[in-house]
Design a binder for this molecule. Structure first.
Ligand code: ADP
Ligand code: MG
Length: 420
């Protein structure tokens, strides 16, 4: 170790209490400290936040962190503040602040106290803020969830497209883009839109060797099939994703009637009920959450043992994100998706009301899901290939962890049961 390495290890311990870096963190941090544009692609839970938090804490000036969700920003600010005796060390700047609060934020930044300033992308477009940020030293700009910049990502936010021109107004500051979306198309888009083809790129593997992937043909018996599956995983935590709120409600009810402790979760429920159901799941007062995709962002329950897709997701990124909530602790994680072509047509119909460009992207993404569901090759290989990663389906980690590899024949038998 050279003196720099010893230094950042010491700081890691001092601020976060960790004695080791996770995955590529150390290389990423070294790149950021070298004032170079840096692009970080790591799966959810990989430890991306620390990649910009640590260099922000140990450098002069304020790091700006762009993040799409106010709730996530608040969590991070609270977490950083708990590491320090100085409250001003981290702030959020957004439209919900009062004039007095804004004045305090500006005062702390000007005094050099604030190491991390979290901003929503729409706040960063405000001229008043930009003018202020031009007047103070900025260490770097981190763009978290950078896939929001791409129409090919699962969460396109047009405001992200303005970021590059705003950052340019701040002078020559390094940019750090971070995402858990690994498709080559999205990566290209990010690099292009942020004008940082020169960035040092760090990509972690997306393989989750402890997850078992399975696709079953959706038949009219799906409900009893799900009940049987859950009863085989008695007392274990699991999530069931459905496309519609109505389906969420009806499946939750069917499970309850069958003696399974389950609660619904979707955006149509009031905030109090949603929070209650989420807590019940986290505290293990219920085993199963039946949810739309509204459920899961920022939820870190380590021992989710299964994720069931009652309906196919709209893209393989979504599928990877949603199934990725299983087995965070490295233990068993069974990912079961039900597939019928009728659902594909339903999703296509959903999209037909959208602008043509968006439709085309939507169809293309959906076709990849169809190909995944219908493939007879290693599902892990298929998924990882989609993310631009080569996987050896003979010797790779977790190579035998899917239905196609374990028993290729079952799939053909199951096909005969399709209900037309
Ligand atoms: P991501 O943004 O990539 O999804 P997070 O930044 O939220 O991941 O980190 C995921 C978890 O990993 C957090 O609980 C964090 O405290 C933990 N973590 C990060 N770095 C380390 C490390 N070096 N050692 C141990 N745990 C870490
Ligand atoms: Mg993150």
């Amino acid at each position: 170790m050279n003196s720099n390495e010893i230094e950042i290890h010491k700081e890691l311990k001092k601020y976060f209490g960790f004695s080791q870096f996770k995955g590529l963190q150390e290389q990423v941090i070294t790149s950021i400290l070298g004032k170079t544009n840096t692009f970080v692609i790591m799966p959810t839970g990989g430890g991306k936040s620390l990649c910009y938090q640590l260099p922000a804490l140990i450098q002069d000036g304020t790091a700006i962190v762009v993040s799409p969700l106010i709730a996530l920003m608040k969590n991070q600010v609270d977490a950083i503040r708990s590491l320090s005796s100085e409250n001003g060390i981290a702030h959020v700047l957004n439209s919900s602040l009062t004039k007095t609060e804004i004045a305090q934020v500006k005062k702390d930044i000007s005094a050099g106290l604030t190491k991390l300033l979290y901003v929503a992308p729409e706040s960063l477009t405000k001229e008043e803020y930009v003018a202020f940020l031009q007047s103070v030293p900025i260490s770097f700009v981190a763009i978290d969830e950078a896939h929001c910049i791409s129409e090919w990502g699962h969460d396109f936010r047009p405001e992200y497209r303005n970021l590059r021109s705003i950052i340019k107004q701040l002078g020559k500051v390094p940019i750090i883009g971070l995402t858990a979306t690994a498709t080559p198309k999205v990566q290209e888009d990010i690099l292009k839109n942020l004008d940082m083809a020169d960035a040092n790129t760090f990509k972690a593997s997306f393989n989750r060797p402890n997850l078992y992937y399975e696709v079953r043909t959706k038949t009219k018996n799906i409900e009893s099939d799900i009940i049987r599956f859950i009863k085989q995983h008695k007392g274990k935590s699991g999530i069931i994703y459905c496309l519609s709120r109505k389906k969420v409600e009806s499946i939750a009810e069917v499970l309850q009637v069958n003696g399974i402790s389950a609660v619904p979760y979707h955006a149509g429920l009031d905030a109090k009920t949603r929070a209650k159901h989420q807590d019940m799941f986290l505290m293990e007062d219920v085993d199963v959450v039946v949810a739309t995709i509204a459920f899961g962002m920022g939820i870190d329950k380590p021992d989710v043992r299964f994720v069931i897709h009652h309906d196919i997701p709209k893209s393989l990124e979504s599928y990877y994100q949603e199934t990725g909530r299983a087995g965070r602790d490295g233990g068993e994680g069974h990912c079961l998706a039900y597939y019928s072509y009728k659902d594909v047509e339903k999703l296509e119909k959903f999209m037909s009301g959208k602008p043509v460009a968006e439709q085309e992207i939507g169809f293309a993404l959906l076709q990849e899901v169809v190909a995944y569901a219908e493939t007879s090759m290693s599902r892990r290989k298929f998924l990882l290939h989609y993310f631009g990663e080569e996987f050896d389906s003979e010797t790779g980690e977790g190579a035998d962890m899917d239905d196609n590899v374990r028993n290729p024949k079952n799939k053909i038998e199951a096909k005969d049961q399709v209900v037309k």
